[in-house]
Write a protein that binds this ligand. Structure first.
Ligand SMILES: Nc1ncnc2c1ncn2[C@@H]1O[C@H](COP(=O)(O)OP(=O)(O)OP(=O)(O)O)[C@@H](O)[C@H]1O
Ligand SMILES: [Mg+2]
Length: 438
């Protein structure tokens, strides 16, 4: 590839002589990356398309510069740039050489390699540079398998994973200019926060959707892009209609139990295909499958899974009508908040719980080897039979795991109730979101 062309590409992605738009800072992730930098590991940033990975990379680079790193010690390249004609390890080496030649960095450079999965055998090059300790490397892309899982085998223990999610509710409020820095102000802002929670439940929290108009159209485009570009094209899928109907089915059935074999009948797609496609959908972070808790591995693997979407706006746009499914949407939102935490802490595991009598608890959190917390999400506590069912199941599980307290997340009901010597806390979703120690 022509050197001048590479230099032109550099010009568009770097902060050397101009300021790039980095949007609104997301300190939650920036602080994680900062703490990662102190180790010598490769940092791997993954997450759904449009969740804000590239913006977070830029924010990180800007923060480094602010912290005293010279601008020319930082190289940012996005390998989705169509001007790259060939993408292999030779391209990577050439990009690196041109950078060294023209920018002449004086210290160990930071390399931000965005959409690296586009480069064939990238992991070999990355590993060599890292082993020779020539650079600090931060890579990103939107496919779990093509990045971290493959990397794990190649770079055992030498990389740190950070999965970027669409905005958390706290981040969402920041994007909507609601300042939460003073705790006492939250009380005054209750009405506004509740109104914004409605919007959050309806349209979800992809940054561009939160900030822009035409929300439904943006979400529909995301759905098509993820399916077509990241799955159909990449894995050369012929049965694209089946893939789309499976994805739509999942998005219309969030927070429900599913088995691959029942989908075979419902959608008339073979079990093998359902399984393969479900794996692809999971790898692009559009969906998550939650397992049932069990001490027996086989039972855990064989039980139905619960399906959740990366974003409730996507489920509303592609899957079903918002007003009829508030409870399921709220459950999906709670899942996302817990999952975000689980993915960052290696000692946490998230499951649902169900006993032989079909009593169910939405979320069970295991910390190290112990079950620490049980959470129900219940949107209809004003219906006595629903409230009873949910609290009884919770109580049953609390007894099984010897927990003194359980939590029920609600729309608007707040209370502390004591039953059979144990305590159940009811808390509205918005308040739970804003609690520091969840
Ligand atoms: N922190 C932010 N502040 C303001 N807008 C943002 C922010 N993060 C993302 N956006 C908006 O969302 C869009 C997508 O963000 P970004 O390109 O960073 O996502 P991505 O995860 O890299 O997506 P892709 O996988 O398609 O490359 C941006 O073009 C911008 O409009
Ligand atoms: Mg990007």
């Amino acid at each position: 590839m022509d050197k001048n062309e590479i230099i032109k590409i550099f010009g568009d992605w770097n902060l050397w002589d101009k300021d790039l738009n980095t949007g609104i800072n997301r300190p939650y992730y920036l602080n994680k990356i900062k703490s990662f930098h102190e180790s010598s590991h490769i940092i791997v940033i993954t997450g759904a398309r449009r969740s804000g990975k590239s913006f977070i990379m830029r924010q990180t680079a800007k923060a480094l510069i602010k912290g005293g790193i010279r601008k020319n010690n930082i190289l940012m390249v996005n390998f989705e740039d169509p001007r790259f004609v060939e993408l292999n390890t030779k391209t990577l080496q050439q990009v690196y050489d041109v950078y060294l030649e023209f920018l002449n960095p004086q210290e160990k450079p930071y390399l931000f390699l965005d959409e690296i999965q586009e480069v064939k055998e990238w992991e070999k090059w990355v590993r060599t540079i890292h082993e020779l300790d020539k650079a600090k490397i931060i890579i990103s892309g939107s496919n779990a398998k093509l990045l971290s899982r493959e990397l794990s085998t190649l770079l055992t223990g030498r990389h740190l994973d950070l999965v970027i999610f669409p905005l958390s509710f706290k981040e969402f409020l920041k994007f909507k200019n609601v300042d939460l820095s003073k705790r006492f102000e939250i009380v005054n802002k209750e009405i506004e926060i509740k109104r914004l929670l409605r919007e959050y439940i309806e349209f979800g929290s992809f940054p561009e959707v939160v900030l822009g108009g035409e929300k439904r159209q943006i979400l529909l485009n995301y759905f098509e892009d993820i399916l077509n570009k990241d799955i159909v094209r990449r894995f050369k899928i012929r049965k694209s209609k089946e893939l789309i109907s499976l994805a739509k089915f999942y998005l219309g059935n969030i927070s429900s139990l599913i088995t691959f074999s029942s989908l075979e009948r419902t959608l008339n797609i073979s079990v093998d295909t359902v399984e393969k496609f479900s794996g692809y959908l999971e790898d692009t972070f559009i969906l998550f499958f939650l397992k049932r808790f069990s001490y027996k591995f086989r039972e855990q693997e064989k039980s139905p899974r619960k399906v959740y979407a990366i974003d409730v706006g996507l489920a509303n746009t592609v899957g079903f009508r918002f007003s009829q499914n508030m409870g399921r949407l709220a459950e999906n939102l709670v899942f996302l908040e817990l999952k975000r935490k689980e993915m960052l802490a290696s000692n946490l595991e998230l499951y649902y719980w169900k006993d032989a009598n079909h009593r169910e608890v939405d979320f069970l959190i295991k910390e190290d080897l112990k079950v620490r917390q049980l959470i129900q999400v219940c949107w209809e506590v004003n219906r006595p039979e629903t409230k009873n069912r949910e609290s009884r199941s919770l109580l049953k599980a609390m007894k099984e795991f010897n927990l003194e307290e359980g939590l029920i997340i609600t729309d608007d009901y707040k209370a502390e109730e004591n039953i059979q010597g144990k305590k159940i806390n009811y808390i509205p979703l918005w308040e739970w979101y804003l609690k520091e120690d969840k």
